[in-house]
Ligand binder design. Structure first.
Ligand SMILES: NC(=O)c1ccc[n+]([C@@H]2O[C@H](COP(=O)([O-])OP(=O)(O)OC[C@H]3O[C@@H](n4cnc5c(N)ncnc54)[C@H](O)[C@@H]3O)[C@@H](O)[C@H]2O)c1
Length: 263
């Protein structure tokens, strides 16, 4: 299959899993549209990433903007329409990590608990934004037949983790959104699946207060005897990108070396 001149859109391109997927798809010849939300201090690092991708991809376009803002999203979708023309976006990956990690219940030892605005923002960025990006690309006719949509979920949708309540809810909502979108887009030959990665050492993992314990547990129990890496997900996504049908849709696909089965 030739991927030359095909466009993928990666929400969360500048770090962790999104970055590894961009590198892997770029190696396969995809053009990259990437959205990220970063402070000026990361500018050089992100320019270096863009230059690395340009070694393989004919075109790479990054947008350093809030993917959860309707105004920004609409403006980016307009730009995508101009850049890709009728070809549109043949693969979209939702890999946004931005949420509040707090317990829900006040106790003797817990003074600060989750507030409504924090819960709303976490679900908005990490789950509902998938629906609005898909809607806007669809309405602009930028999702062609054969298109593929993937969204990153985690074991947090089925397992407890300390302070992870809002993100856990976001993962449940994200998986549910994938199923709904998969069903509504099936007649148009577009597949939608959630990818459930194992514990992966990235900046967002390190924001979870008990991340060392999570790493230790995953390393000890993953049947492959090691953590997932962002590159594991990138390679798997590249394989999935090569499918020539839309029959595999509405799934939560474990890409975790078997970790979810043992923890
Ligand atoms: N790291 C893990 O262990 C793990 C495991 C399973 C699933 N996941 C999921 O994978 C996804 C990516 O996680 P990661 O660990 O690679 O995170 P990361 O922190 O390394 O990367 C997050 C990316 O999201 C972007 N981003 C965040 N908020 C944004 C916004 N409002 N607008 C635009 N861009 C924004 C950042 O700029 C960055 O590019 C998340 O959905 C996460 O829950 C992670």
């Amino acid at each position: 299959m030739t991927t030359k001149n095909k466009w993928c859109l990666i929400l969360g391109v500048s770090s962790g899993i999104g970055q590894a997927c961009a590198r892997s798809l770029s190696e396969a010849g995809w053009n990259i549209l990437g959205v990220h939300f970063d402070i000026a201090e990361r500018e050089q690092e992100i320019n270096e990433l863009k230059s690395a991708l340009e070694k393989n991809s004919e075109r790479v376009v990054f947008f350093n903007r809030n993917a959860d803002s309707k105004k920004e999203r609409l403006a980016i979708v307009e730009e995508i329409a101009e850049i890709t023309g009728e070809q549109g976006v043949e693969l979209m990956l939702h890999s946004l990590a931005f949420g509040t990690l707090l317990p829900f219940i006040k106790t003797e030892n817990v003074e600060v608990v989750m507030q409504k605005n924090q819960m709303d923002m976490t679900l908005s960025v990490m789950a509902h934004s998938l629906v609005y990006w898909t809607q806007d690309l669809w309405e602009k006719k930028l999702l062609p037949r054969g298109g593929k949509i993937f969204a990153m979920t985690s074991g947090g949708s089925v397992m407890y983790s300390q302070n992870y309540g809002a993100v856990s809810a976001a993962k449940c909502a994200l998986e549910s959104h994938c199923k709904q979108l998969a069903t509504e887009l099936a007649p148009f030959g577009i597949m939608v699946n959630a990818i459930r990665a194992g514990v992966t050492d990235t900046p967002s993992l390190k924001k979870i207060p008990e991340f060392k314990a999570l790493i230790h547990r995953a390393e000890s129990f993953n049947p492959h005897g090691r953590l997932s890496t962002p590159e594991d997900i990138g390679i798997a996504l590249r394989d999935l990108s090569e499918m020539q049908h839309s029959w595999m849709t509405g799934n939560v696909i474990n890409i975790d070396g078997g970790e979810i089965l043992t923890i």
